[in-house]
Write a protein that binds this ligand. Structure first.
Ligand code: ADP
Ligand code: ZN
Length: 527
């Protein structure tokens, strides 16, 4: 492993050009790199494909000493190490799947100070003596990739990440850079707290991926819908991914796709390591291959020409969905994403959360995420705006022009009066009841509960006989979608600040006409 670094000038732009062959930085890269190269710590929020790797690779090469990159993704480590070695950078990796021989060689190089960049899995980093080895030499920086794994609120929590707090204690003067594509505010705060970055800057790139056309459809005839989508979205050479909710469905979908003439593979966590590696290899090689996969597929894949991503089941959160569709169109060319969802999925996901062993606080968060996902699926207005709002981005007033709602707005009607009725029923019953009870009150049904609570004496009792139960649920879902209604931890409806102008008649509510002829069985929408 020749060490070409000694000969390199420490200027970031020069390193970018000479080592990586790129002519310029993208977006926030330069700001991050200059900050870290001059000794600063921080957190980088960038969407998948945004170019996070250079944010730590370049400053590691600009600073004296060893750059240490913590990553849970073995495939990604190997790719990057191979690429760096090809450029003459002394790079190595330490993880559990390394052959013993290779591990010994990397350890020796590490002890002798011959490495410039070390990729290490979190459990290896905190294991027997690695930290001691590191403490004996100059460290350029620590990069913690996939930093959301530190947060219990996400779906990717890894207990080993918890121990990374030790870096701030043992190496207080070494810059620490955490990186993630998950930007929901709670996870961000969690990362900053756990990794000791509370006083350091957050570099936030826009999460918008305008080249991905997004669409959502109620699942009616899944296969016909998929067939039409793939035919329209694929260009014959790029790849595609169908995300399925279960392992069995990946197998069924792959078999069906093969029968349709696609070169399709199933991928899920139950495959053998060899089968997984082979699938990754086939996908990476650039064939026009279609993966029918669970969410186990995708972390660390870096194929620029994925032309489309479809979901046949509702993702659990906007963050997951976004991360998964973000694998399409990394080359910047037009790409397509389709979400197929059914009321069944929503109920299943809700039950899944309720039955999980998670503590109540986490359940509350997962519920809120799921409902945000439902809101995007049901949106009557630009889906991208709703999606970006989940990442703390307030979009300009214009619609995106590249989602199905913008391109073909659904038929709508003025639902202001219906919304007012529903909101006042919620307020008059004391903001703590679930939708089922509110609908009973609106429709004037004298249930035991209604009688017991005396809700039949409220002025809103029976004012909603003109709409069906399902239509009322649709109204509620759309109020949730526009942020006028929240759900508390018991599924109780709570009006938000945004409900006020609606109640006062200062804001109108436009509802999708399809709530009047709902596609979902009525009982399924109860939270
Ligand atoms: P992330 O880790 O954020 O998902 P990567 O670091 O893998 O993204 O970068 C995604 C792709 O963009 C890679 O193929 C990378 O080579 C390319 N890339 C990143 N930064 C630049 C740049 N400044 N100029 C050209 N290509 C870049
Ligand atoms: Zn739009």
């Amino acid at each position: 492993m020749p060490d070409a670094i000694g000969a390199l000038p420490p200027d970031p732009a020069e390193v970018l050009r000479r080592v990586f062959g790129h002519t310029g930085f993208r977006g926030q890269q330069e700001a991050v790199i200059r900050h870290v190269a001059s000794g600063g710590s921080g957190l980088v929020l960038m969407p998948t494909g945004g170019g996070k790797s250079l944010c730590y690779q370049v400053p590691a090469l600009c600073r004296p000493g060893l750059g240490v990159v913590v990553s849970p993704l073995i495939a990604l480590m190997e790719d990057q190490v191979a690429a760096l070695r090809q450029q003459g950078v002394a790079a190595g990796a330490l993880h559990s799947e390394l052959p013993e021989e290779e591990r010994r060689a990397v350890r020796r190089a590490l002890r002798q100070g011959e490495l410039k960049l070390l990729y290490v899995s979190p459990e290896r980093l905190t294991l027997n003596g690695t930290l001691d080895d590191l403490a004996r030499q100059e460290i350029a920086l620590f990069a913690v990739d996939e930093a959301h794994c530190v947060s219990q609120w996400g779906h990717h929590f890894r207990p080993e990440y918890r121990d990374l707090g030790v870096l701030a204690e043992r190496f207080p003067r070494v810059p620490r850079l955490a990186l993630t594509a998950t930007a929901d505010p709670r996870t961000v705060e969690d990362i900053r707290r756990q990794l000791g970055l509370a006083d350091d800057p957050v570099f936030r790139a826009s999460f918008d991926r305008p080249n991905i056309r997004i669409a959502a459809q109620a699942k009616e005839q899944e296969r016909a819908q998929l067939r039409a989508f793939i035919a329209a979205a694929s260009d014959g050479s790029g790849a595609g991914i169908v995300y399925c909710g279960t392992r069995a469905r990946t197998e069924q979908t792959a078999a069906w796709l093969r029968a349709e003439g696609y070169d399709a593979l199933a991928f899920h966590a139950g495959l053998s390591p060899e089968a997984k590696r082979e699938a990754h290899r086939r996908f990476a090689r650039g064939d026009a291959v279609v993966m029918a996969a669970t969410i186990a597929f995708g972390m660390g894949i870096d194929r620029p020409d994925v032309r489309w991503v479809a979901h046949t089941d509702l993702p659990r959160s906007p963050e997951s969905w976004y991360q998964e569709i973000g694998r399409a169109g990394r080359d910047g060319l037009p790409a397509h994403a389709l979400l197929l969802y059914g009321a069944q999925d929503i109920v299943r996901a809700r039950h899944w959360i309720e039955r999980s062993a998670a503590p109540p606080e986490q359940k509350r968060i997962e519920r809120a995420r799921l409902e945000a996902m439902v809101a995007i699926a049901e949106a009557a207005a630009c889906r991208r705006k709703l999606l970006l709002r989940c990442f703390g981005e307030d979009q300009p007033a214009e619609n995106c022009g590249n989602c199905d709602v913008c391109l073909a707005p659904p038929r709508v009607f003025d639902g202001t009066v219906a919304a007012q009725k529903l909101l006042s029923a919620v307020l008059r019953t004391g903001r703590r009841f679930g939708l089922g009870h509110i609908v009973d009150v609106l429709r004037g049904r004298l249930t035991d509960k209604v009688a017991q609570l005396g809700h039949d004496t409220l002025p809103t009792f029976g004012v909603g006989k003109d709409l069906s139960d399902a239509a009322w649920r649709g109204v509620a879902r759309q109020l949730v979608a526009r942020g006028a209604l929240d759900l508390d931890e018991h599924g109780g409806l709570v009006p938000t600040e945004a409900a006020r102008p609606i109640l006062r008649g200062e804001a109108t509510v436009t509802l999708r006409e399809d709530v009047l002829a709902p596609r979902a069985p009525a009982r399924l929408a109860r939270p």
